[in-house]
Design a protein around this ligand. Sequence first.
Ligand code: PLP
Length: 387
Amino acid sequence: MAYLDHAATTPMLPEAVEAMAAHLSVTGNASSLHAAGRRARRTVEEGREALAEALGARPSEVVFTSGGTEADNLAVKGLYWSRLAEDPRRTRVLASPVEHHAVLDAVDWLGTHEGARIEYLPVDGYGRVHPDALRAAIEKDPSDVALITVMWANNEIGTVMPVRGLVAVGAEFGIPVHADAVQAFGQLDVDFGASGLAAMTVSGHKIGGPYGIGALLLGRAHTPVPVLHGGGQERHVRSGTLDVPAVAAFAVAGRLAAERRVDFAREVGALRDELVKAVHDVVPDAVLGGDPADRLPANAHFSFPGCEGDALLLLLDAQGIECSTGSACTAGIAQPSHVLLAAGSDPDLARGTLRFSLGHTSTAADVDAVRRAIGPAVDRARTAGLM
Ligand code: PLP
């Protein structure tokens, strides 16, 4: 088997499994005052410190959530509501059109249900938002912008955004910027403090931690209106009993992701380059998606002219190669990727995509498997497309 879908989820690191297992049999609600509760609280606070250190943040800036989706929703909806409460003119949301659906659909929901005016920022052919484009959008009326949300790196095509430049423009106008760093964490130098972001999303299961846990990194100056109400945990912005074993395991994975990042990026990047070359050797007209250079080191994304991505995916799956088309489907119907369409791709070409994403268990054997299988799979998918 060649598992090449690490951007969807990557295997838990053995160290994280060990930490999780150790804490599963320990009782204690981190909000309880007795000894068991205090022990659980210590585990949570140590985990918070470890994640903060891994991400260049202060411990008090780490707000645990149930994952990337929840953190994105809290950032987008919560910051929109809090900024609007401060000034009723702030009804405009500036977002990149290549966001993950956790941001995109949250933003759209604000437009449909909360009277927000959503403005999608222009992107170049690599799906990148340029600071000048952001400036032009803000300058239409700087007083009415509630927030800016642009991901750190794209989950489909791997393009890295100029986060520092975008934050600098937002800062000139005093507008908070949120970045979804779910795919960037562990692959790029993600330093929350140095970035100047108001809020940043990370997720456990993308970095070798467990499913169902993530965090919103949240600057102390920002208090989003909560999406979940209840016991007032996590600075009163995210109520709910904390998942202590998951926090412990997420913290271990986060620490290791940060410690190993430079070597990991170099090694996985070299393997990814081999994979790109292998595909181009066999299918010369395959089009590499995203920025060829400034991209996530573990991401290889292709469009195959004349193919349906789903057909290719299943043909490779039958050969033991697990990858993704990169785009989500709606009610089981394959749609051309919104990311590629925003980046100006031809809709037909955007239907024939595959994303190979590598990770800590990837080997040269995985690349060889793709080299052997991709030619026949593309031939068959093209023939099927002609029928
Ligand atoms: N944001 C990005 C960029 C992602 O790739 C994903 C997962 O696919 C998410 C958010 C959602 O994270 P989670 O699965 O933790 O809810």
